[in-house]
Design a protein. Sequence first.
Length: 618
Amino acid sequence: MRRRSSLLALGLVLVAAAAAYLPSIDGEFLLDDLALQGDPLVLHPLRQDVAAWFASGRPLAIFTFALNHAAVGLDPRGWHLTNVAIHLCVTILAFLFARLTLARAGLSGPERPALAAAALFALHPLQTEAVAYVAQRAESLASGLYLSALLLLLVRDAESGRRRHALLAGAAVLQAAALLTKPIAATLPVAWLLHAALLPTPPEAAAPAWRRVWRRVPAALPLLALSALAAAQGLHGARDSLDAGYSIPGLPVADYLATQLRVIPEYLRLLVLPMGQCADWHFPPSRSFLEPSVVGGALLLGAIVTGAVVAGLRGLGGTGDGAAVARAAAFGALFFLLVLAPSSSVVPLLDPLAEHRVYLASLGPFLAAAAGAALAARRFAGRSAVAVGGGIAAVALAALTALTAQRSSVWTTPLVLWEDAVGKAPGKARVHLNLGYALYNAGRPAEALASFRRSMQLAGDRTIAPDLLVANIVNTLLTLGRVDEARAEVAKVLAVIPEDSAMLALLAQVEYASKRDDEVLRAGLAAVAKDPGRVGAWKYVGLARARLGDRQGALAAFRAAAATNTLDPVIYAELGRTEEQSGNRAEACAAYARASALAGNPWASGNARQALARLGCR
């Protein structure tokens, strides 16, 4: 009966979690989601070689996106539903892991506290970025594989004979899959050893912690080797990267580590009080370990580690629920810090704080909180502990469900997302740039221009590429009919860097708006001579040649632009039109189909759909 009621309660948690994410189901593609729409691995997975898959860094996650594309095309609902389904599966794994962990800790009646921990994991608002943001599926998928592997290892601990070898092999396969999804899985073998040190199986309870760990070291070696290989490949792949690794300008290892001493306490604050969440945090790096906030963070983390060690040592020698909670809390605290280590230690990331990174790590504090709450309810409520604890849990989880639904509704449209982010991070250039882009696409160019100008004022934070910002300003000025101002913006940059291919491409756009086709060709061809992948230059060269009646020249330019896998539907629509005029029906249909599937320009996409119907394309 108890197992049936637990399954029913878990089912209710899953239903509540699914309901909490309903607002995001029909959300648009946002941020890195947009790049997936043009990724050859997603669009044409079978045409890519193995090297291309591994070069992506997250081949397994990208494979799931390719499956989404094969099943539903670029309809975001199917992609979002996959994210929610993965989150629900990870919640089930979190429950199984919590139940086993609390049982190993020696807590009597671990079922209900494990349910509470899983419910917190499923419904906490801090999880929304990993679930409602399609591209962050990598976080939740890797977490599910991580927990699956860890569960196999923990089951192995209680087995004997050949079955142990099979379970270890299965865990190694799952870890490899997780590492092909996200680097957090590198910490898996250490988590297993930590679990053994603090939470022994019954036959090992009398053995010292070091002996339990030592017994597992030979089995852990292949897992540690996988982690080391993945770490080496990750660092190699991040060479010269401006987003991750040791090449980020102005962000040395010491500064990043000092910054993380402020970031981790902020994560803990968000777990306790989930207010002020932001899609793009403004968190300037620290420049000294002596900054008061850095010192305070170091003291807090030192206290957490010291407390976990003391609680673990005391718990190892004790019996009863009090000692069990001490052991569980020690493991939960150290698990939290361990899982965060790949992103919150000595490998710099351009964005020092991102909410999705807490997804799996949060399970540690949730375990500790659930175990502690269960102990408190039993001691203070006595026989009414189940009723009192259940009532408090129901109210808390209902509140979390509402907060998560509210937060997931932010991940629906670019305008909603970036208006929220600007309110939370008004001092970050990238936030204003993205809001400007959202305003522009919403048909509000004057407001967009103001956001772009504000972004320009904040560009010293190095969160945006100057070329991209100038391009958005120029494009908005052209939309407002202020051609001379647009030309002046480009001229300011070209006066300093005359051969800048990005600015030459922008100049071609400006001259096209001025109907000076000879100048378009001069600037555009100069841009592609410097950078053959400069898609904007090919676009306006093609448009100018089409206006001059040079159909073959226009066709060559549009084909060159399309070959870059651009996400601009105008290019594919114009390519389709030119292919159609040239008598290439099959090529025209393919181009029109691509234009019709892309967002960003409803006019181009709508015309492409009409052309598909007119030509009878299949």
